[in-house]
Design a binder for this molecule. Sequence first.
Ligand SMILES: *Cc1c(COP(=O)(O)O)cnc(C)c1O
Length: 734
Amino acid sequence: MTDDNRLYDQLKEISGNLWWSWQPDVGDIFRDLDVELWRETNHNPMALLKRLGPDEIAKRAGKAAIESRVIYAYHRLQEYMRCKQGWGNSHAGPLLVRPVGYFSAEFGLHESLPIYSGGLGVLAGDHLKSASDLGIPLVGVGLFYDQGYFRQHIDANGMQQETYGRAQLDTLPLQRAFDSEGNPLTVKVETSDGTLHASVLKVQVGRSLLILLDPSVEQNVPDDQRLTEHLHRLYGGGQRVRIRQELLLGIGGFRALKALGMEPGVLHLNEGHCAFATLEAARVAMEEQGLEFEDALRYVADSTVFTTHTPVEAGHDRFPPELVLEHLQPLKKQLGIEDKRLLSLGRVNPESADELFCMTVLALKTSRRSNGVSNIHGCVSRKMWNALWPSRAQHEVPIGHITNGVHTGTWLAPEMRRLYERHLGRDWISRIRRREVWGAIHSIDDGELWETHRHLKGTMVDFVRRRLTRQARRRGEAEQDILRRTNGLDPDSLIIGFARRFALYKRAWLLLDDEEFLEKLLCDPLRPVQVIYAGKAHPQDQQGKELIQRIFHLARDKRFEGRIHIVEDYDINVGRHLVQGVDVWLNNPRRPLEACGTSGEKVLLNGGLNCSTLDGWWAEAYDGNNGFAIGQGKIHTDPDIQDAREVKELQHTLLDEVVPMFYARDDQGLPSQWIGRMKHALVSLGWRYNADRMVVDYTQQAYLPAGGATTSSMPEEGDLDLQAVIRWVARNER
Ligand SMILES: *Cc1c(COP(=O)(O)O)cnc(C)c1O
């Protein structure tokens, strides 16, 4: 083998493990090989390697002194994979023998692997990555979506257009799984309406493994082959498609784990979509241990953890009983139970004959440990599901909360990371959960922090200009119009970011409600403000699409030109650029409908300030000085009244607090009060809203007890931050 080939092979191996995606210096190697191609492939290293080929790579590597960087990255990957250190390896005792099976309908790991649509998926991706960093044994189980989620274009009329590209399997970091005889592994799920088949794919996410089921196999009838064609079919493809997807995910997923020789000691259901897994686990427990159904179900529940994610009523899957029976008939026979008993598992009232079968109810009834994803969402969930425990008061409903966090390596800008390394210590990231680590933020010089932020803001502005230019050229707009608008974007202005799905409750219109106010806010010549929007509307959400159109037209309105921008095709890449560069992240969901919200946590880590209604994570995080609040967290029974009130409160917060503070400069030209808030946000919140803290919370509060850890094998309290968490919860449980 020549050296040239060795380099190519090492790059190939690196690109086959998503570990590279949270090592910015490794991503830079691919970028430096061919920046245009890198962007064109949406940062897909396998596609880049395939297009360039070994000879071209060797040529370019020689030129740009890339070789030593590849070798270094390659060795770091080997070291990472072999490393036996990490919190999990010293604490995750029983899980080392039987790992956690983490089931989720989507996983957002990187923009080049589009099997996610939004926050739920990104959270699952971050969970896997932190489990890998911490050394906690965890296997993800999900579905492979051939065409992923749609790509968004906005046409010359401002209408969202959806396009779909078929996945090129050989340029995705997927490996086929094989059975013990060396044949491609497939699993099947019997239904009364034909058997569902799926092949099994593996994705390496650092030390965590993710397995994906792919039903596009020839054993399936054509309809089933297309079952997971688009991701949004999960959320709008009709109930038959959906229940079949969920059957595949839960039952097929559990069978795939077993077929790969993995015996999960804990099942973690990330949202109700995958709850059928517990029924399959019960069947296996009956078969392997000779248990009766009810005992088997209790046995499974003891080791199952359920996380609910939505306070929106329509967000919970509900199926007609006939559809459930049709699909679960064969399993039901093996479980030896009557129709009525099966259906009762998905009904609040087991006696009711016409209640729909709810996946969240199934999950709650078949797991011993359940949680919401923020303090306020825990409260909302206890209220929402109180009827399942009719003899209990609301506060006694056994649903707790573990607040979501974000994966630092993925979301933190490298420049900011280096700044933290200088001031918090080189190993700060492995101690990120410790409160005391963050105190040293105060020792950072104001000018140095501001300069770093200003640099990142410049990078973000460059990115947005590039995107705006590309999309406008595609629409055939005149070059001078494009230039005028993109040049309007100014890194010296206060820049507000607003990027998320255009779901109704997120109220992207709130800032735009009153154009007179908008002029006052954006067009002050001494204190200009600019807003960057991004986000997709569900293909069937007409209102969401109209809102996008409205923003598109405002961005072309003479008054607001250059001050309002909308970037197409919001994904992890667009998200990463925005959260690393904005001054303010605006988030104004209608309380209490945001379960947690995680994009603001990404902004926090990068030194941006949050301006948000007191909902989701912000309701517990805001302390008066670590960002900005919209309103006082009140809820009105009439949503119109609540909306009207919060329009006013948003205007007040921006005009009277945010803008003046940003533009108040000291004698060195620095916004010292603003910088004080950035620092206070990091010190008060950095230790808590990261995915390491979240995954350790899950491990201590849920996985270890569910996995059968005895109290003596639980981690020592000194490691827990437990007292801090208890104090924190007590303070917020008002
Ligand atoms: C973080 C993230 C989300 C979730 O953001 P919310 O604030 O919870 O809506 C959605 N989509 C992408 C691409 C993200 O990176």
